[in-house]
Design a protein around this ligand. Structure first.
Ligand code: ATP
Length: 358
């Protein structure tokens, strides 16, 4: 069993008083779960991972793995394997020796080392490359070797720090699928760090979104997409980004609506907002619909044909607006489109705190 528990884990590189690279981070990662930490550069993802690995010490808080308090233990006593963005392979050693190295240091028997290296090589399609040096490998192959080196150690936990960042877009997708397959096959507990929200959405059983050392929201990918806890999560998850419009809540005309300049959008009653409150209305580009007869008109400024979809950028009642249509469409810059905001698709946030009001 390799459940990971972090309780109020904090890290400051500048002493006990902060500033906090990681601030009271609490999370339970279930045995066999793949959790993705995601967030912008400097939000504390890597530092959290390194504290779990034992590569950075904690300033305060407790980390347990499989029920065992590992907070003060060195990396070698945690039975975790970490895979780094830069692969961290030994350039002079062959693929075989790179994979065998950790086991040799641990004093495993030669036969056992050979068995494990060959098994890992087979599962990662590296068998024909075992004699090569890292410089003779492509980025994707190096990444596989780095994974293989983690795999042979049969760790309780895999910690992956932006392992796909150095790969080109196509290879990233392929390796992402391989990691998902590997996870499904091994049933191992994994934490994967990335700043790429698509990677997070597609890989994670659960996603933890961080900003400035703080967890913004943790949940299943579609929970975060459907019910973002605040404007930061709303803007971070989903591409193109959610449209966010600052306005004021009004019920003057007998129904609740958000008003912003010339724009007024009716919203469902079930919200915690009060009339007069400054709010931010959110709607995803893919949820705007063209609706003949709608009084709201979007002037199209830019059209991008993605293939099956059409991306539009334009202005609506003075607000910049992105829309995605789930089809190819003969729309041109300058066109005016009647747009509706389906009320069940709307998000509402407090303008000051950014917190969701629904
Ligand atoms: P990135 O995606 O850029 O790797 P990250 O989310 O992984 O970012 P961290 O590397 O965890 O972020 O850094 C969190 C904060 O801690 C940042 O403000 C960073 O500058 C700071 N930090 C990280 N390592 C150190 C260090 N060794 N000494 C001092 N400050 C550090």
């Amino acid at each position: 069993m390799a459940r990971i528990s972090l309780q109020n884990v904090s890290k400051s590189f500048g002493g006990d008083q902060g500033p906090w690279a990681v601030n009271k981070f609490s999370l339970e990662v279930e045995d066999g779960e793949l959790v993705v930490f995601v967030g912008p550069s400097g939000c504390g993802k890597s530092t959290t991972l390194r504290m779990i690995a034992g590569l950075d010490d904690t300033t305060s808080g407790t980390i347990t793995i499989g029920g065992r308090d590992v907070t003060g233990l060195p990396p070698k006593d945690r039975n975790v394997a970490m895979v780094f963005q830069n692969y961290a392979l030994y350039p002079q050693k062959s693929v075989y020796d790179n994979m065998a190295f950790g086991l040799r240091v641990r004093g495993e028997a030669k036969q056992e080392i050979d068995r494990r290296v060959r098994a890992a090589a087979a599962s990662l399609d590296l068998e024909s490359l075992l004699h090569r040096k890292p410089r003779q490998l492509s980025g994707g192959q190096m990444q596989r070797v780095a994974l293989g080196r983690a795999l042979v150690r049969d760790p309780d936990v895999f910690l992956l720090d932006e392992p796909l960042s150095n790969l080109d877009a196509k290879l990233r997708v392929k390796m992402r699928e391989e990691i998902a397959t590997l996870h499904a096959r091994l049933g191992a507990t994994m934490i994967f760090v990335t700043h790429d929200q698509v990677e997070a959405m597609t890989l994670g059983d659960r996603i933890v979104i961080m900003r400035d050392g703080l967890i913004q929201q943790a949940g299943k990918p579609l929970e975060l997409y459907d019910r973002p806890a605040n404007t930061f999560v709303a803007g971070f998850i989903g591409s193109p980004e959610m449209n966010l419009i600052d306005g004021q809540l009004s019920d003057a005309s007998g129904r609740l609506e958000v008003r912003s300049g010339d724009l007024s959008v009716g919203i469902p009653e079930k919200t915690f907002a009060r009339s007069g409150q400054n709010v931010t209305l959110g709607i995803r580009p893919e949820h705007l619909v063209i609706s003949n007869g709608s009084p709201l008109e979007m002037t199209v400024n830019l059209v991008e044909q993605i293939g099956a979809q059409t991306y539009l950028m334009g202005t609506l009642a003075g607000h910049k607006m992105r829309a995605v249509l789930q089809r190819r469409d003969e729309i041109r810059a300058g066109d005016k489109l009647p747009i509706a905001f389906p009320s069940e698709r709307l998000h509402l946030f407090d303008s000051i705190s950014g917190a969701s009001l629904r």
